[in-house]
Design a protein. Structure first.
Length: 65
């Protein structure tokens, strides 16, 4: 089985207090911050991108990328 590697990073700026609340909530809910940031990005891409890009996003989602 071929190993799928992560390809890139996205840096965002936010208030330290807002970040702290977000991280604490993710910890309390036993989920990762990355997972909770990727989900709305995938929804955005799927609803706004041309068909080819949406297909790529769906493929990446199914692979857990």
């Amino acid at each position: 089985m071929k190993k799928v590697t992560k390809g890139g990073q996205l840096a965002i700026r936010m208030e330290k207090s807002e970040r702290a609340v977000f991280v604490d909530l993710c910890d309390q809910l036993d989920t990762s911050t990355d997972r909770n940031l990727r989900r709305p990005i995938r929804v955005f891409v799927a609803s706004h991108a041309p068909a080819d890009a949406a297909s790529t996003a769906a493929i990446h989602h199914s692979l857990g990328v």
